[in-house]
Design a protein around this ligand. Structure first.
Ligand code: 5RP
Length: 263
């Protein structure tokens, strides 16, 4: 592996081998998602507790201070919306020149297995791997399910993650599921967990993150369950304790309560 690729991966994955990515890319198909209407304001207090930001070029330019940023994972697939025909019908939206100009540490591309656009999305991933590897830029594959949240189970996610790795993704982002070790064990590159729609309770979030870490995930790329919580900074700090300090779900919950007491 060349120095540039190693350096970019080291910016994202910390010396303990773990990572906490903060996604604020949801607007690329959801528009002004709740609590992300002003992404710069939402993310500013969370920056000290995350290792990288997952963001589109538009929000990056408009809302993130280049002098005070975290490493950037640039979302480069899109072209769909919540009200359009099919969320899976994505293309590559961002050129390699733009990726370089914005000094991205990595790029993120969604794949939609089992959809009508499976082939197109896999070729989007392969194309970005071809272009980015040339410049030492890691590609993170995103195993997307669109509106079909029930697809989040081990057999399907293991298939998605393995195929993403086979096509050259350096990291794969997928959903946590029961028997998550089956997903991780079939994937030869590091796996990070997304959060999905906001959970009912904080403990639920801490439990699945802890379980996923115990079963081999290297970290999280978790957005709505942080910044849609009434106490986003406490959520970020408690999740960081699980990811980087080996805290249990109960210990993270205690920390969350300590931080929010009196607020
Ligand atoms: C949205 C994404 C998000 O990065 C991903 O889903 C993680 O965010 P959340 O924890 O809110 O699900 O790819 O398109």
């Amino acid at each position: 592996m060349d120095w540039g690729m190693k350096n970019r991966l080291a910016q994202l994955i910390q010396p303990d081998g773990h990572c906490f990515f903060m996604p604020i890319d949801h607007g690329y198909f959801q528009g002004p998602t709740r609590n992300l209407e002003k992404p710069g304001e939402t993310v500013a207090p969370l920056l000290p507790y995350c290792d990288a930001l997952f963001v589109t070029r538009g929000v990056l330019r408009a809302s993130i201070d280049p002098a005070n940023a975290k490493p950037i994972i640039l979302r480069v697939s899109g072209g769909t919306s919540m009200v359009g025909k099919d969320l899976a019908h994505e293309a590559i939206t961002t050129s390699i020149q733009e990726v370089l100009r914005l000094n991205a540490a990595a790029v993120g591309v969604s794949i939609f297995l089992g959809s009508d656009y499976e082939h197109d999305s896999l070729l989007n991933l392969a194309r970005m791997v071809n272009e980015c590897e040339e410049y030492g830029i890691p590609v993170m594959a995103v195993t997307a399910v669109g509106k079909e949240l029930e697809k989040r189970e081990a057999r399907y996610l293991a298939l998605c993650c393995r195929i993403a790795a086979e096509l050259g993704a350096r990291v794969v982002k997928t959903y946590w599921c029961e028997e998550f070790d089956k997903v991780v064990n079939g994937c030869p590159v590091p796996v990070v967990m997304a959060g999905g729609p906001k959970c009912e309770t904080e403990l639920e979030v801490f439990r699945f993150v802890y379980d996923g870490m115990q079963r081999g995930a290297i970290g999280i790329n978790l957005g709505r369950n942080v910044w849609q919580n009434p106490h986003p900074v406490a959520m970020a700090r408690a999740l960081r304790a699980i990811v980087h300090e080996n805290a249990t779900a109960d210990a993270a919950f205690d920390l969350f309560h300590t931080l929010t007491r009196g607020e």
